[in-house]
Design a protein around this ligand. Structure first.
Ligand SMILES: Cc1cc2nc3c(=O)[nH]c(=O)nc-3n(C[C@H](O)[C@H](O)[C@H](O)COP(=O)(O)O)c2cc1C
Length: 252
């Protein structure tokens, strides 16, 4: 009698070997450019109108669509808001939630009300990202953590964010809205759920550091305090030396 473990290698052999591409290394300039995009991406709320040419928008959406997703479910759907009235309705939903959020913050209410938290009426483009309907069919990687669909869509948004920075555009992720109300405005099917209003377009510049840090709302956490070895709270040896800095960009 074979144990289940003995059968597994045989089953694996029946699967065709993966087709691989040569692991071409990134040149030092290419590596530096990738790390620069990661470092200089900012959540933007100040835009200067203009346009995003459709070939650029296509590239950005393609970058988003190349994101990893749990069980390759690709749960993301993008709604490009072209109707001005719809934009105004989205803005009103965000404004309503901004006030609710301020109230919920208690002591920090007035401080929060000073912050700029969206650029919906100023950005060249507004995209709403929604999770698709019918997600319950996807069990691979989600049986114990159904929220992995959200994690996957967030990966797509991050790709878009980085690509926008590379294209010299700004992007801001707005999550201050009541999803059920936004779903009605956009005619989403039952089971689909909006997760982001993305403001995208030309900007005059990028905040030198996260705007919420500039405004003293929150500060960057020391990474060494967030990485543990083996058990929660055990400081990681990886930060014993300072050798892990990303390659410097030669142009900057
Ligand atoms: C899931 C998610 C939701 C966010 N929602 C908002 C939002 O509603 N309004 C806003 O001003 N910023 C929002 N942000 C942007 C964060 O405030 C921002 O990422 C953070 O302050 C760090 O700044 P940085 O992205 O420039 O590094 C969101 C970011 C994420 C990842």
């Amino acid at each position: 009698m074979h144990s289940r473990l003995e059968f597994q290698p045989n089953a694996a052999l029946r699967i065709k070997p993966a087709v691989m591409k040569k692991a071409t290394p990134f040149s030092p300039r290419e590596s530096a450019a990738v790390y620069r995009a990661i470092r200089e991406r900012r959540d933007m709320r100040h835009f200067c109108g203009g346009q995003v040419p459709s070939d650029v928008l296509q590239r950005l959406l393609q970058a988003a669509h190349q994101a990893p997703s749990v069980g390759y479910m690709q749960p993301w759907r993008f709604l490009r808001i072209q109707n001005h009235d719809t934009r105004v309705r989205l803005h009103a939903l965000v404004e309503a939630e901004r006030i609710e959020t301020a109230r919920a913050l208690g002591q920090r209410e007035s401080e929060f009300m000073q912050l700029k938290v969206q650029g919906i009426l100023d950005a060249a483009e507004v995209l709403v990202v929604a999770l698709a309907d019918g997600r319950e069919r996807h069990v691979f990687g989600r049986r114990t953590m159904p929220e992995m669909d959200l994690a996957s869509a967030a990966c797509a948004i991050q790709n878009l964010w980085l690509a926008a920075r590379v294209e010299g555009l700004g992007m801001g992720w707005v999550s201050l809205f009541e999803p059920a109300e936004l779903a009605v405005v956009l005619g989403l099917p039952e089971g689909a759920s909006p997760i982001a209003v993305l403001c995208l377009g030309p900007v005059e510049g990028y905040y030198a550091e996260p705007m919420l840090a500039q405004q003293h709302w929150a500060q960057c956490e020391a990474l060494s305090g967030l990485v543990f070895d083996d058990t929660w709270g055990k400081a990681s040896a990886v930060f014993a030396s300072q050798a892990g800095s990303p390659p410097a960009n030669e142009d900057h």
